[in-house]
Design a protein around this ligand. Structure first.
Ligand SMILES: Nc1nc2c(c(=O)[nH]1)N[C@H]1C(S)=C(S)[C@@H](COP(=O)(O)O)O[C@H]1N2
Ligand SMILES: [Mo]
Length: 324
């Protein structure tokens, strides 16, 4: 049973009913207390060394989603939570898992502001209850040419947007992450001008695939993955998905975004996954699937990360080499 979390072929929620899950946890806690767990057991490192890792510990109840990607092996929980980009906690892939424990995710308020008829400050626990939570498996493709397949938990951002009633002048949505050096001391290590900012065109933000994300593998997000709430836009490079969001702002003009500001020739505002538009310093034709067996690791990158049927029409008539 404990191997289920690591098993790549099966949907976590399909094979682990809540009761089993809770039993497993009780067993693991008991086993640890009596020193029974062998270090080879999957997941044991999460329990043995809580000081250097950050755990999500709250089970979420979810419904399955028809928008889930099927037929792909899931990336392991270990890889998803130990190979991260979250520069507020350091620039190495292992830094967020080491450092994000200092992030306090309660209380947490998300401010919805700008060109909306119903601006509001929503407490995270209310935000999570706004709509039933779904499990959505998506491919995740980083601009650095690695990828994962992740069972996220959340609901379409459009559900929230409908509730706040954007004004007709609102053409873009901006997402701003927390920027608190007292909780994120490694912020000072890079020259990024915080807070981390990302944005989408309104029709992209309203697209059902755009996920307001609260969890993964059936639990709340671990801090290093952007707790307590982040955006996931599966057809775009990973940096479009801002983590640990405190503000969602509706604006008339294309907002300034972190990586585009830093190097606009390397990171476009759109950043749709596109194997035909290389990054100036590397090819985007292929990617490395993290954790996959050796001969399945290197794989062809798919246009729009494989979500073209659903999203290509958003870009009709646009030159995607110009608007990369
Ligand atoms: N606030 C914030 N959000 C962020 C980042 C960041 O450094 N800070 N990195 C981005 C990048 S480059 C990627 S690839 C993804 C990584 O998400 P993951 O670590 O959960 O895989 O988060 C994105 N969101
Ligand atoms: Mo990234």
């Amino acid at each position: 049973m404990m191997l289920i979390r690591k098993s790549p072929e099966i949907l976590y929620s399909e094979v682990t009913p809540k009761a089993d899950y809770l039993d497993r946890r009780k067993f693991m806690k008991g086993a640890m207390a009596t020193g029974l767990l062998a270090s080879s057991v999957a997941g044991v490192s999460r329990l043995i060394d809580p000081g250097t890792e950050v755990f999500a510990d709250t089970k979420l109840s979810t419904v399955k989603s028809p928008l889930s990607t099927t037929g792909e092996d899931l990336t392991s929980y270990q890889d998803i939570t130990h190979y991260n980009n979250f520069y507020e906690f350091g620039t190495d892939k292992g830094d967020p898992a080491r450092n994000a424990g200092s992030l306090k995710t309660r209380p947490w308020v998300v401010s919805i502001e700008g060109l909306v008829n119903k601006p509001q400050k929503i407490d995270i626990d209310s935000l999570m209850k706004l709509h039933p939570l779904e499990e959505r498996v998506y491919r995740f493709r980083c601009v650095e040419a690695w990828s994962m397949v992740i069972p996220w938990v959340g609901y379409s951002l459009s559900e929230l947007i409908k509730q706040v009633d954007p004004k007709p002048e609102a053409k873009y949505v901006q997402f701003l992450s927390l920027a608190d050096p007292s909780q994120m001391p490694q912020m000072r290590e890079s020259s990024i001008s915080w807070p981390y900012s990302e944005g989408l065109r309104m029709d992209e933000a309203m697209h059902p695939l755009t996920l307001l994300t609260f969890g993964l593998y059936g639990e709340t997000l671990p801090n290093q993955d952007g707790a307590p709430v982040r955006i996931i836009v599966p057809w775009k490079y990973g940096f479009k998905s801002a983590k640990s969001i405190v503000k969602i702002k509706f604006v008339a003009k294309q907002p300034e975004t972190t990586w585009n500001d830093l190097a606009s020739n390397e990171y476009g505002f759109y950043s749709n996954v596109n194997p035909n538009v290389d990054h100036p310093r590397w090819s985007q034709k292929t990617e490395r699937r993290i954790g996959a067996s050796l001969f399945k690791q290197r794989r062809t990158t798919l246009m729009f990360n494989g979500y073209g049927d659903q999203v290509a029409s958003l870009y009709n008539g646009m030159d995607l080499k110009k608007y990369f």
